[in-house]
Design a protein around this ligand. Structure first.
Ligand code: RIB
Ligand code: CA
Length: 309
């Protein structure tokens, strides 16, 4: 098995939490660190939430704090969906929140990239501020990162505005820096993550596996599941878990190479990932946009991984 070094950059966040639970059960991922960024909720929650989730997962991974706000523009949150604390108010008894280390997320990304000698993979499932700061601070970083798998964007629609998906809308300038960095970017956007949903019955089936982690999976999803159903959706989209599974098992998914730019100036379109997927006019190819998934296989893998707890 070709295990490879990974950093998970996230803004936990309910689906980030599920992504971390799954990542522990994927032996190919040699997770060197979790780096927290402001996103779904402020860094004052996303940093401790990272520790809480690792406590639930019974997984010892170093956690580092990163950006408290976007590079440009005002900070936004998705607290209305993820809860004021970012985990739907879930209590995680016994979790030990270690003080944030001196080293900041962008420095850790660089240090681990140097150590990995070009083999480091970033899985970024929140706003891309930490990655962009790392790129701005360390000019040689693009040569040291093998690829970046992001949950973010969408070729056809948004979820925070009609044009923009949350992670991109939260920091469009950071996202554009990442897409234009020269590092291969794998965009796991709404086009595919909205297909990666679990129905209420499937969420219950995971909970019925009976472990502490499986019950946490079921319980932490309840509010977002209810919100999704209230919109008429068939279930809860596992956005961030889709990016983690894509990173390890791309055969469950489909997509194609594309040119992607992030609109940073638009009044109505700010934060839109503009792709040339459906256009005669083509950009230079800088990304792979994931657009399809075998949902049955996706759900089966989620259950199998959770059954390992
Ligand atoms: O649009 C979905 C994304 O925004 C997910 O990463 C979710 O956690 C939020 O950060
Ligand atoms: Ca996220």
């Amino acid at each position: 098995m070709n295990r490879y070094p990974v950093i998970i950059d996230c803004d936990p966040g309910v689906d980030d939490a599920i992504a971390i639970l799954l990542a522990k059960q994927l032996p190919m991922l040699d997770v060197k660190a979790i780096t927290a960024v402001a996103g779904n909720v402020g860094l004052e929650h996303t940093y401790p939430n990272s520790h809480k989730i690792l406590h639930v997962a019974e997984w010892d991974v170093p956690v580092y704090a990163g950006a408290e706000k976007p590079i440009v523009g005002e900070k936004i949150t998705a607290a209305s969906i993820h809860g004021a604390d970012g985990l739907g108010g879930m209590d995680v008894p016994g979790a030990v929140i270690k003080p944030a280390p001196e080293a900041l997320a962008w420095d850790v990304i660089y240090e681990e990239a140097k150590k990995a000698e070009g083999e480091l993979v970033l899985i970024a499932v929140g706003p891309l501020t930490n990655v962009a700061v790392a790129l701005a601070k360390y000019s040689e970083l693009p040569k040291l990162i093998k690829r970046i798998v992001i949950m973010g964007g969408g070729a056809t629609y948004g979820n925070t505005t009609p044009a923009a998906e949350f992670n991109i809308f939260a920091d469009p300038e950071a996202a554009e820096m990442v897409f234009q960095s020269g590092i291969p970017v794998y965009m796991v956007g709404l086009d595919v993550t909205m297909q990666c949903f679990l129905t209420p019955e499937e969420v219950e089936e995971v909970g019925a596996l009976g472990s502490k982690q499986a019950k946490f999976f079921r319980d932490v999803l309840q509010n977002v599941l209810a919100f999704s159903l209230s919109l008429g959706l068939p279930g809860v989209a596992l956005h961030d878990p889709a990016a983690v599974l894509y990173a390890v098992e791309p055969e469950l998914f489909s997509g194609e190479e594309a040119g992607v730019h992030v609109e940073c100036k638009g009044k109505i379109t700010r934060g839109k990932t503009v792709t040339d997927l459906y256009s005669d006019a083509q950009f230079e190819k800088n990304a792979y946009v994931v657009t399809g998934v075998d949902r049955t296989a996706f759900v089966k893998r989620v259950k199998e991984l959770m059954a390992q707890y």
